[in-house]
Design a protein around this ligand. Structure first.
Ligand SMILES: [Zn+2]
Length: 464
């Protein structure tokens, strides 16, 4: 017995020594590496200057060099075996946008922290330079708070048992991943007298802000709060939380793995415009079919259709919308001006809920340009004119209206709560007259660093 124990102990000792030997061998040879081999991970060419200094180039979606520079913005890396003794310096090259911003980092891919303005500089070539001493050897760094398909599936497990939600998967993506749609309402009350609201998000994979907004929006609606319960007795919400699932998994910024920009592919049939041509990608067909069925299945028609995005901008630019057309006084028809009033009315109600200094001013007019494209709003307008208040909402990544703070996940969730409240505000009124808009009316473009790139004036460039 004793001898057997000794034999075993010796064996364990030898194993331990071997193991320590291995670890020691590795630790004398520590090599910091940059990885992107995980969900939503992305980086292009990496130049190692030293073990603490790197130049990293942004990747084109699908490494497709024929895509426009402005499609190049998302990056998400893991630094493995980084020095915790010395600061790490990362220079971000090959950027598609000139704006200064603060990326985020995490030691566990769950809790994300913004870099500080002291830790991120911008040089004359508009490259961002991160300089920071990290506390751990493994650190994930991203352009903005990541939100993956796995994050969505995990979130679903926290809401799926609510009596107010029905979760369906009307189809799968090009790569076979289920695409989810949530129906949220108080189903004990018949739909006949309810309003219907349609929302879709993550057409552009790296625009993660709307996912956090939607979590705040949905958590509030399902909270049992008396106001939320009242909203669910009046409104039936239909939400596609992630349209471009494959692009999210691939770590793309704007497109599917086939480099399709789904935003411009609502390719409606000119003879029968309620239908899209059969060549559209399945991700567009699924969202469109669902929207079409809501408009044709005999229930109340959709009154609000929100298309959620996020936009690169200067740090001071707040979330904004792309309202369409303009007032009759500027030459728009009665029907066009009616849609404009609804757009301005809705933006004003959200501004009144969220804060007059936290939503971007409304332009004097939105123009007709969207009618020449194949955006979701083009399909809604072509088929239902001013009966559906269809609009794109663009969140931004910077400071919104705050003087020094950069927005975090809770700010985005709070905007979701305000959005839910303003949808109810909107549903309970008409817009023959413009509601009072208490936010600033105009943005002084002279105060901007890049006035020609002011995103609320660049709808077609941003969406194409
Ligand atoms: Zn977008």
């Amino acid at each position: 017995m004793k001898r057997k124990f000794l034999e075993k102990a010796t064996f364990v000792l030898i194993l331990s020594l071997l193991f320590v030997g291995c670890v020691k061998k590795e630790s004398t040879n520590v090599e910091t590496t940059i990885l992107e081999n995980f969900e939503s991970g992305s980086i292009g060419l990496v130049n190692k200057i030293s073990n603490v200094e790197w130049e990293i180039h942004l990747a084109d979606d699908n490494d497709n060099a024929s895509l426009p520079d402005r499609w190049r913005n998302w990056w998400y890396i893991k630094l493995e075996n980084a020095s915790t003794q010395d600061p790490i310096m990362l220079t971000l090259k090959n950027r598609g946008w000139p704006y200064y911003y603060l990326p985020v980092y995490s030691y566990n891919q769950v809790d994300w922290i913004r870099f500080t303005e002291e830790e991120v500089l911008q040089n004359a070539n508009k490259e961002l330079i991160i300089n920071k001493k990290f506390d751990r050897k493994d650190v994930w760094i991203a352009r903005f708070y990541p939100y993956t398909y796995t994050n969505l599936k995990n979130y679903i497990t926290t809401i799926e048992n609510s009596p107010y939600i029905t979760i369906q998967t009307p189809g799968v993506s090009q790569q076979g991943k289920p695409i989810y749609v949530f129906k949220i309402t108080d189903s004990s009350i018949p739909v006949t007298n309810k309003k219907r609201v349609f929302i879709h998000a993550r057409t552009h994979p790296a625009e993660t802000s709307p996912s956090f907004l939607l979590e705040g929006f949905i958590n509030f609606l399902l909270s049992g709060n008396s106001k939320a319960t009242q909203i669910l007795s009046e409104i039936e919400f239909h939400i596609f939380p992630m349209q471009n699932v494959d692009g999210v998994i691939a770590g793309n910024y704007r497109s599917t793995p086939l480099s399709e920009n789904l935003e411009v592919l609502w390719d409606y049939n000119t003879v029968n415009p309620i239908d899209l041509n059969s060549t559209v990608p399945v991700e567009v067909a699924l969202v469109h079919n669902y929207a079409k069925s809501l408009m044709t299945n005999g229930g109340p028609p959709v009154s609000i259709a929100l298309n959620l995005h996020a936009s690169n901008s200067e740090p001071t630019i707040r979330p904004f919308f792309f309202p369409h057309f303009g007032p009759e006084s500027l030459g728009y028809s009665k029907t066009e001006a009616s849609l404009w009033k609804k757009h301005v009315g809705f933006i004003s109600l959200l501004t009144n809920r969220f804060g007059s200094d936290k939503i971007e001013p409304i332009p004097q007019q939105g123009g007709r340009g969207f009618t020449n494209h194949k955006f979701p709003e083009t399909w809604w307008w072509t088929n239902f004119q001013n009966n559906v208040m269809a609009i794109t909402m663009e969140m931004t990544y910077g400071k919104w209206g705050y003087t020094s703070k950069w927005v975090d996940i809770n700010d985005m969730k709070d905007l979701g709560i305000s959005l839910a409240l303003s949808i109810q505000d909107y549903s309970n009124r008409t817009f023959d007259r413009l509601p009072q808009f208490i936010g600033p009316r105009n943005r002084d473009l002279n105060l901007l660093r890049y006035p020609l790139l002011y995103p609320p004036l660049a709808e077609y460039e941003l969406k194409n």
